[in-house]
Each structure stands twice: as structure tokens, then as C-alpha cells.
Ligand binder design. Structure first.
Ligand SMILES: [Zn+2]
Ligand SMILES: [Zn+2]
Length: 262
């Protein structure tokens, strides 16, 4: 009898402690990406990520082609009618192409957060959607943020990133990072000075950049305190390889269909 009680107690302790530790029940999945992974999703140039955190379902960017976005979502069992909010990183077709198809499916009153240079011409067709033009750090759902607007000084592109906050952790997702991935990471660190910067992922826009320059940027992200990186989309194969070598076990693969639990 005593043995049974001891066993029961043992299992209770093990299970409760496991329950306590396994709080990584929130997640996101890359639903559109030109960098493939090992699955039957359709690969095409662009980026989109689907985030589920508590009761919140957020779509960050929408890829290039609505048909491909819809097909990938269907294969993943993700229904756009569950989306609570949409955030668009910047106005390039490889991030906005699927938006209008999703707007036809989402609930009335869904909020869409756009960078402040976004062409509003199509908005009038969606009178049940609330479009919010962003210019500063803003909490768009519980513990889900969009950043300030960054500007690419060469091309004038305005861009924002998505931030997931969980307890002490911060996760950052970028679209293309045209204004500079290191500068955007710096801003996030400044805005959340006491947080643990767990991961930055998305497009880092480092194509055709010298190894020396990519290494500087990689070092800067590390110095800022980011623990893991998952560069994809427009980072470029060559630059992704440099990150992989530099970050070793802290390099995470988040290509098309890959998920991250946090
Ligand atoms: Zn872009
Ligand atoms: Zn892009």
C-alpha cells in the first residue's frame, strides 16, 4: 500500500512538474515562403506566418499569390475565418498579394494593421474591416505587438515587424527587414529592455552582401542578446549559410511549413 502511494505521489510530482515546464503551448507556422521545407506545401517567392497565442489568431503578411496562400492554409488545416487580426510588414506584393482573398473570409470587425505609407485604395471595398495605420509600438492583441515604422533610407520603404511576448520572452518576426535587420533588432531591444530576446526570424534581406558585412550583422544581433536566429525568405542562401555556421545550435530552421512553439 505504501509503495502504491509512493508511486502515485511520484507520478503526480513528475506530471505536475512537466505540466509546469511545458508551457510552450503557443506557436506559429510559416505558411508562405520561397525557402521550402520537407512537406507538400507550395513554395513560391513571398512570406506569411500564422500565429496562435492563447485565444488570438494573427496572420502576419500574406505572401504573393492568394491561390497559393489559400492552398497552403487548407493543407495545414488553418481556417482564415478564425483570424482575429492581420498585420502587414510592408507594401510589397510578396507580402500583400494574399490579403484581399483573406479579407473576404475573416470575421466582421477584424483589424488590419498597415504601415503608414500603405496605399488605401482598396479599403472602401471592405467596410466591415477596421484598417489601422500604424506609426509606433502598439499592442494589437494580448502580448502581441507591432513595432514602430522603420524606413529604408535608400528606397523609402516603410516597414514594421511583429513581436510576440510571453512572460520574459520576446520573439520577433520580420517581413523583409529592408530598413536593416540589425537596426530593427536594436529598436526591439530598446523597447523591451528587460526582456529575454529568444528568437528573431523572417526575411533579413541580406542577398548579395559580402561575407564580412553579413558576419557583422550576425554579430550585432548576437551582441544585442538574441539567443536564436531563423533567417529565411529574402535573406539569401549565401547569407543563411553564414548565419548557420556562426550560430550553430542556435540556428533554427523556419522555412515553409515549419513551426515554432513558445
Ligand atoms: Zn520587400
Ligand atoms: Zn519580401
Amino acid at each position: 500500500m505504501k509503495t502504491i502511494l509512493t508511486l502515485v505521489l511520484y507520478f503526480l510530482i513528475v506530471f505536475s512538474s512537466q505540466f509546469g515546464y511545458s508551457q510552450n503551448n503557443d506557436w506559429f507556422t510559416v505558411v508562405y515562403n520561397n525557402v521550402p521545407s520537407d512537406n507538400n506545401l507550395k513554395t513560391q517567392w513571398g512570406y506569411a506566418a500564422w500565429i496562435e497565442k492563447g485565444d488570438e489568431v494573427i496572420l502576419f503578411d500574406t505572401g504573393t499569390k492568394s491561390g497559393i496562400l489559400q492552398e497552403n492554409l487548407r493543407k495545414l488545416g488553418l481556417d482564415p475565418c478564425r483570424v482575429n487580426a492581420i498585420a502587414i510588414s510592408h507594401e510589397h506584393l510578396d507580402h500583400t498579394g494574399g490579403l484581399e482573398s483573406v479579407l473576404k473570409q475573416v470575421k466582421n470587425g477584424t483589424k488590419v494593421y498597415l504601415p503608414n505609407d500603405f496605399n488605401p485604395s482598396f479599403k472602401k471595398e471592405y467596410d466591415k474591416i477596421t484598417f489601422i495605420v500604424n506609426d509606433k509600438y502598439r499592442e494589437i492583441a494580448k502580448d502581441i505587438w507591432i513595432t514602430e515604422i522603420f524606413i529604408d533610407n535608400n528606397r523609402g520603404i516603410k516597414e514594421q515587424a511583429l513581436i510576440l511576448e510571453k512572460g520574459e520572452k520576446i520573439i520577433m518576426i520580420t517581413g523583409c527587414a529592408h530598413p536593416g535587420i540589425a537596426e530593427m533588432c536594436q529598436s526591439v531591444k530598446d523597447h523591451f529592455p528587460d526582456k529575454k530576446l529568444e528568437l528573431v526570424t523572417g526575411g533579413f534581406h541580406l542577398m548579395q552582401m559580402s561575407e564580412e558585412r553579413v558576419t557583422q550583422i550576425s554579430d550585432k544581433i548576437k551582441q544585442l542578446g538574441f539567443e536564436k536566429v531563423a533567417p529565411s525568405h529574402c535573406t539569401g542562401d549565401h547569407s543563411i549559410a553564414i548565419f548557420k555556421k556562426a550560430w550553430k545550435d542556435d540556428f533554427v530552421q523556419l522555412n515553409l511549413g515549419d513551426s515554432y512553439h513558445f
